[in-house]
Design a protein around this ligand. Structure first.
Ligand SMILES: [Zn+2]
Length: 340
């Protein structure tokens, strides 16, 4: 007779009945184990949070200063009602973690968001052996194949210098938590002055507080000169269209940094001049490699190209199951190789 699964989906999210805790719940609960601080994985109001040590300042800034946050070093385990829980690097953003839960020789790993490529601002993804693996599938289609980040940084530097030569500022849109800091850690600040939106500056301070080295970057103010503007690179969140604050300063070019820039219509859809496909998620091949490295027989697929990836994993012999949640939005359609 098979026993009750270690985790099941509940109204508040993925729940471990035996351990009485949730992973990344979307409603307040008693104990929330958090894979990382992005808004679609961490919500306010839980009585107790458990997160990886490197991400605790970032999580505090998001959950509020009164939140009760306990942190674990990577690999350190805690006993939650007899379930051994430990956190392991997911390589997504600072402090991102895979949650490993073990009970009576059964091991589950819930990956959260993850990437396997190197990132100077966070610990590198670590494959963890398990029986059941819960994977994201944000970019689980063959069209998504990342270039090494050195290539992307070099393209960004070339674009920045070309804009300087035309006397234009360079606006780079990047998510405020994670992507912006990865860019700051890799950009060559000898090319010109780097400015950041205040929301990015706030996250930068938490990264620095956690010991991450980032290029110097200032929030621009009214004293910014045209000469500075013409040479500057300005990082801002995608939601901010910030040029409005500096109408007197001159022309600019803008670009979006995201794995979605792989898609053919991305420049038009994001209303930008250029795009750079640098992602904090694994690409299609990396997802397959990461799953194989776990040795898991059963794979739950969430967040992204769920149906397509479940079908592919089944052809590869996995017991793959869709794990749809209210947070799962249908991703953009991509052409399958068969229809090209
Ligand atoms: Zn994330």
């Amino acid at each position: 007779m098979s026993r009750e699964p270690l985790f099941k989906m509940s109204e508040a999210g993925l729940f471990c009945p035996r351990g009485a805790f949730y992973v990344d719940p979307w409603a307040p609960v008693s104990t929330a184990v958090i894979t990382h601080a992005h808004a679609d994985h961490a919500v306010k109001g839980s009585r107790r949070y458990i997160t990886a040590e490197p991400g605790k300042w970032v999580l505090w800034s998001r959950m509020g200063q009164h939140a009760r946050i306990e942190s674990l070093k990577y690999g350190e385990s805690v006993d939650l009602n007899g379930v051994h829980v430990s956190l392991h690097p997911a390589g997504h953003i600072l402090g991102s973690a895979q949650v490993r839960a073990e009970y009576k020789c059964e091991v589950w790993v819930i990956s959260g968001d993850y990437k396997v490529a190197p990132d100077a601002t966070c610990a590198t993804f670590e494959p963890i052996r398990c029986d059941t693996f819960v994977t994201e599938s944000t970019f689980a289609q063959p069209i998504f194949q990342w270039q090494p980040q050195e290539v992307i940084f070099s393209e960004i530097h070339d674009w920045w210098q070309a804009n300087q030569a035309d006397g234009q500022a360079s606006f780079l849109f990047a998510y405020a938590l994670g992507k912006a800091q990865r860019l700051l850690a890799g950009l060559d600040s000898s090319i010109g002055p780097i400015f950041v939106h205040r929301d990015i500056d706030t996250v930068n301070s938490h990264y620095r507080q956690s010991g991450v080295t980032l290029s110097a970057a200032r929030v621009p103010n009214a004293g910014m000169t045209t000469a500075e503007w013409n040479r500057s690179l300005i990082l801002q969140p995608p939601s901010a269209r910030w040029k409005q604050g500096f109408p007197h300063l001159g022309h600019y070019k803008n670009a979006f940094v995201s794995g979605w820039m792989t898609l053919p219509d991305s420049l038009h859809e994001r209303r930008v001049h250029s795009g750079f496909a640098l992602s904090d998620h694994a690409d299609h091949r990396e997802l397959l490699g990461a799953i194989a490295a776990t040795g898991a027989e059963r794979v739950f697929v969430t967040h992204g190209y769920i149906d397509e990836f479940v079908a592919e994993l089944r052809t590869l012999g996995y017991d793959a199951v869709a794990q749809r949640t209210p947070r799962c939005r249908r991703p953009p359609k991509v052409q399958s190789p068969a229809s090209l």
